[in-house]
Design a protein around this ligand. Structure first.
Ligand SMILES: *[C@@H]1O[C@H](CO)[C@@H](O)[C@H](O)[C@H]1NC(C)=O
Ligand SMILES: [Zn+2]
Length: 309
């Protein structure tokens, strides 16, 4: 009894370690008085990495407890959309291009209509390597085009495009244009402008090739759920020079593959193991965890410890 109490406390201590950091993370970028952009307080390494995002801010609890988290491995259970989105991304002479530390992001307007809902494009950004895997395979680069519902409901849809390295030097012109001024934002917190951008090739790919569809989460804090993902099955090409240029600035920003949709959060399941709970005592959700007397007591203690921090 004494031993198991100690092991629970050790597990809880590990769980709440870093809760004093009081870091904040926001969905929206924030421009600083100096005209730069605020650098993300989360990252991909050590204690600000994805294993510990929930401890960085109370708003991030879904990162540890959410059960439909992204990214995922796309397997045979994930369907292809039956209808193509209707896309209108106007070309621009230039667009704001920011280094957030956690990614590089381009601020653009546009619209996507899908399943009868009008979405407004807010920004697109990159992950390297890809966050999603398609039948286990990862890709060197994934682009996320983040949309919000035009009706103000707060619904979010992400058009996700994977890129693969070409062997014949072919590439996607949009990426070449985006990266033309990349060296001007090599430092996190800096801002510049892209060259002229034309989305025709990308929109054509998104409307004429198969798209996987599922409902998941933001892949960054606060890991909010209910996000519609439309992900290309077929990659677009990227040449080695463009890829290496992006990688040298972005470094690494891919959240680990989450559990199958609805099968329990891997971090919560792992925490159960840390707490000395039977390895076969799987808790698919926080609600069910509360039904287990040992987990419920542990969660109550965790809340109490979090409250005094
Ligand atoms: C996007 O559209 C809004 C509303 O028309 C406008 O205020 C904003 O400046 C536009 N942003 C960009 C990046 O073009
Ligand atoms: Zn993203």
């Amino acid at each position: 009894m004494f031993y198991s109490t100690i092991s629970i406390l050790v597990g809880i201590a590990a769980f709440v370690d870093a809760s004093c950091m009081h870091a904040t993370s926001k969905l929206q970028r924030r421009v600083t008085p100096e005209g730069g952009v605020e650098v993300s307080t989360f990252g991909y390494t050590d204690l600000i990495g994805p294993l510990n995002w929930a401890a960085l801010d109370a708003e991030n609890s879904a990162c540890t407890t959410g059960t439909v988290q992204s990214p995922i491995n796309i397997d045979e259970t994930i369907p292809i959309t039956s209808e193509a989105p209707i896309i209108n991304f106007p070309s621009v002479e230039s667009a704001e291009f920011e280094n957030l530390g956690s990614t590089v992001e381009v601020i653009v307007n546009g619209t996507t209509q899908f399943a009868g809902v009008d979405f407004e494009l807010k920004q697109f950004h990159f992950h390297t390597p890809s966050e999603h895997r398609i039948h286990e395979e990862y890709y060197p680069l994934e682009m996320h085009m983040v949309h919000e519902a035009a009706d103000g409901s707060g619904a979010v849809a992400v058009l996700a495009i994977v890129f693969d390295l070409s062997t014949d030097g072919s590439t996607t012109d949009l990426l070449t244009r985006v990266t033309e001024h990349l060296d001007e934002i090599a430092t996190p917190g800096t801002v510049t402008e892209t060259a002229a951008l034309d989305f025709e090739e990308l929109a054509h790919h998104l409307t004429t090739t198969p798209l996987f569809q599922y409902t998941g989460s933001l892949t960054t804090p606060p890991c909010a759920e209910g996000i519609t993902f439309l992900l290309t099955e077929e990659p677009l090409p990227i040449d080695v020079a463009t890829y290496n240029a992006l990688k040298s600035v972005i470094k690494f920003n891919s959240r680990f593959t989450q559990n199958k949709l609805g099968n329990g959060n891997l971090l919560l399941l792992e925490n159960n193991l840390q707490l000395g709970i039977e390895t076969n005592a799987i808790h698919p959700s926080l609600a069910e965890a509360h039904e287990d007397p040992v987990m419920d007591a542990a969660l109550a203690l965790m809340s109490a410890i979090a409250a005094v921090h």
